[in-house]
Design a protein around this ligand. Structure first.
Ligand code: NDP
Length: 258
């Protein structure tokens, strides 16, 4: 029996990377899955491959979420996955001293405003039946400070905390609407490309990025998707307000350091 059979799921940022892998895993577990993204061409192509619907959804846009709410008033699972690092176009560290207000706002708008709006839509849609699962992509960067990525780390810490607020609010209302955050470490997706580059230094950069990871490799989008399937399924009905780390042991190692 597929684990998500009969469920209607919606994934943001599903054109590629972790979002696409989650959508694919949901479909293979029997869910009807709506793919959304700001990138229409790539999103439509991924959705076509999975034979599922695609809609352009900019997670920052209240109007876009309103349109989705009108189309899908009975969603069972919402995955707030869309996110940006602020490094798009190349590695330009946004440390707390030199980060521009424009970069700060751009990252917060997608990563935190987007999750707020996605949770609000999900609660509104799920409360009539009083059940559902909201899955928010935070990051290991939401659990520790990141000197070179101030806005990203702050936004992901916000996602971590807002997920717990949503979980407690829904429980308080007497709804079995669960909300949890997933905290990946380095997962090899297109998000990393501007940081890895091409050419002879790529392998060295990859080795450098995973040097502190106890499992000594990048994770895969499919490994994150497996966790999302669990949280979406009825196997996880007692898990809410939790933060699930998937980082090859990185956080455990950091915590153990003197
Ligand atoms: P990718 O950059 O590979 O994919 C993100 C997708 O989201 C892209 O298709 C992107 O479109 C889309 N997107 C960007 N802005 C918006 C927006 N405003 N509205 C809707 N969609 C948008 O990212 P990953 O798959 O690597 O990451 C997915 C999530 O996991 C993110 O939240 C990320 O922060 C988190 N994460 C990832 C880690 C990793 O190592 N990969 C580690 C920790 C957390 P476009 O291409 O047009 O920008």
């Amino acid at each position: 029996m597929p684990r998500l059979s009969g469920k209607l799921c919606l994934v943001t940022g599903a054109a590629r990377g972790i979002g696409a892998a989650i959508a694919e895993a949901f479909v293979s577990e029997g869910a009807r899955t709506v793919l959304t993204d700001i990138d229409e061409a790539a999103g439509a192509a991924t959705a076509a491959r999975l034979r599922m619907p695609f809609h352009r959804l900019d997670v920052r846009s209240e109007a876009d979420w309103g349109a989705i709410a009108a189309l899908y008033p009975e969603v069972d699972v919402v995955v707030n996955n869309a996110g940006i690092t602020g490094f798009e176009g190349g590695v330009v560290p946004h440390d707390p001293e030199k980060a521009s207000l424009a970069t700060w706002r751009a990252v917060i708008a997608v990563n935190l405003d987007g999750v707020f709006l996605g949770c609000r839509y999900a609660i509104g849609a799920m409360k009539a039946r009083g059940t559902g699962s909201i899955i928010n992509l935070s990051s290991r960067s939401g659990q520790v400070g990141i000197p070179g990525a101030a806005a990203y780390a702050a936004s992901k810490a916000g996602v971590r905390n807002h997920s717990k607020t949503v979980a407690l609010y829904c429980a308080e209302q007497g709804w079995a609407i669960r909300c949890n955050s997933i905290h990946p470490g380095a997962i090899l997706t297109p998000m990393w490309e501007p940081m890895l580059g091409t050419g002879p230094e790529r392998a060295a950069r990859i080795a450098e990025f995973v040097a502190d990871t106890p499992l000594r490799r990048f994770g895969t989008p499919e490994e994150v998707a497996a966790l999302a399937v669990l949280l979406a399924s009825d196997e996880a009905t007692y898990i809410t307000g939790a933060e699930l780390t998937i980082d090859g042991g990185l956080l455990a190692g950091t915590a153990a350091r003197p």
